[in-house]
Write a protein that binds this ligand. Structure first.
Ligand SMILES: Cc1cc2nc3c(=O)[nH]c(=O)nc-3n(C[C@H](O)[C@H](O)[C@H](O)COP(=O)(O)O)c2cc1C
Length: 356
């Protein structure tokens, strides 16, 4: 997730409760000031949005040190046990950790211990609303195994004592390390694991959250209700299964994580089926306050102005227009180009900083 501050601010504007940073290598983060500055972009002018620093690590000492450095600037620490890239797995990082359940347990235990020693409140639900703002979470993001018994053993080991568990929550990406992202998520695995563990800790799902109306399962989460950070919602109740609706109902699911579709449509969690122009304006205004490297900003724009992942495949910009966007070498030209397109389409120019 290439989610630096300006993009995190944009999704937060559209009802996303929590963002994860891109995976940061704990060992580099500990040793290199440049890695700390470039990997963890935080707001210096206002309250930071709920953000989780995600680390790649295979060492309790490295992870706990990196967590100690990051904790003042984020709301929690997450350990990546899902990255399937070969370079990561070769270093026993990411999805390779799915074969190292005791090591993962030792890493989260050491991290929680280090944060406690540093004075952070790591009492899970008890410290969620810590009045001093000291509450910090420790969580893990996993994939599943072909043999789900291994996943059950993994979660049971990492969780530890249910009365005093080692992690605050768990995010499950129900694909194996070898499953292509074009293959739909494993719903049976998701149903089994949420039913088995959903009462023991909050379980979030990552994978194929394309729009809220096209989830491959139904969930009470989509009933109109206040979220952590917003009091209203445009969402309609996503009903429990009926005879014509065979999607599994997941009563114990605690949250939805989106990557590809949220990149294309930052307004997804506010119920939008595709990216509105307004989201582009908001992103550009956020970039002005929290600058991004030009190429990364343009990458975000081409994602947001593309066809997206929902049933409505209409794009804000044509393919040719998106290619043109990638050719600019400064922000002024990017803004002029977008304003020019909006003018041709009879839309208002970009909303400027002062009026937001
Ligand atoms: C561009 C990109 C970057 C990603 N980076 C991370 C990452 O740093 N850490 C992580 O746990 N998952 C990462 N993922 C995986 C997603 O979190 C997610 O598990 C996966 O893409 C499936 O969800 P989706 O269908 O919503 O895309 C990344 C995915 C994409 C597309």
């Amino acid at each position: 997730m290439l989610w630096q501050l300006a993009f995190r601010q944009t999704v937060h504007h559209y009802s996303t409760d929590v963002c994860w940073t891109p995976m940061v290598l704990a060992k580099e983060f500990n040793r290199n000031q440049f890695a700390r500055d470039s990997d963890l972009t935080i707001s210096t002018t206002g309250p930071e949005l709920p953000t989780i620093a995600q680390f790649g690590s295979n060492s309790p000492l490295e992870l706990s040190r990196a967590s100690s450095l990051a904790a003042p600037f984020v709301n929690g620490i997450d350990l990546n046990c899902g990255c399937p890239q070969s370079w990561a797995c070769a270093e026993t990082l990411g999805a390779a950790l799915m074969e190292k359940r005791e090591l993962v347990r030792d890493m989260v235990v050491a991290t929680r211990q280090r944060l406690r020693e540093d004075g952070w409140a790591v009492g899970k639900e008890e410290d969620m609303h810590n009045p001093d703002g000291k509450g910090r979470s420790v969580s893990v993001k996993i994939r599943v195994h072909h043999d789900l018994r291994k996943t059950v053993d993994f979660i049971t080991t990492v969780l530890g004592d249910e009365q005093n568990r080692n992690i605050d929550w768990l995010t499950i990406h129900p694909r194996t390390r070898y499953t292509q992202s074009s293959v739909p998520i494993n719903l049976e695995a998701l149903e089994l694991l949420t039913n088995m563990f959903g009462d023991k800790l909050p379980v979030l799902v990552s994978g194929d959250v394309f729009t809220l109306s096209t989830l491959p399962y139904t969930s009470h989460l989509l009933a109109t209700q206040p979220t952590f950070t917003s009091s209203d919602s445009k969402l309609e109740t996503n009903k429990a299964p009926t005879s014509e609706n065979q999607r599994p109902y997941l009563p114990k699911l605690a949250g939805l994580m989106s990557a590809r579709a949220l990149l294309a449509n930052p307004a997804l969690f506010a119920g939008y089926e595709r990216c509105p122009w307004e989201a582009v304006d908001i992103f550009m205004n956020n970039v002005a306050r929290a600058p991004l490297p030009l190429k990364l900003g343009i990458h975000h724009l081409t994602e947001m102005c593309g066809a997206g992942f929902g049933p409505d495949r209409s794009a804000l910009l044509s393919k040719g227009e998106r290619i043109r966007l990638t050719e600019f070498d400064n922000w002024i030209d990017v803004i002029d180009f977008i304003d020019g397109i909006k003018k041709i389409r009879g839309l208002e120019p970009m909303v400027r900083l002062a009026s937001l």
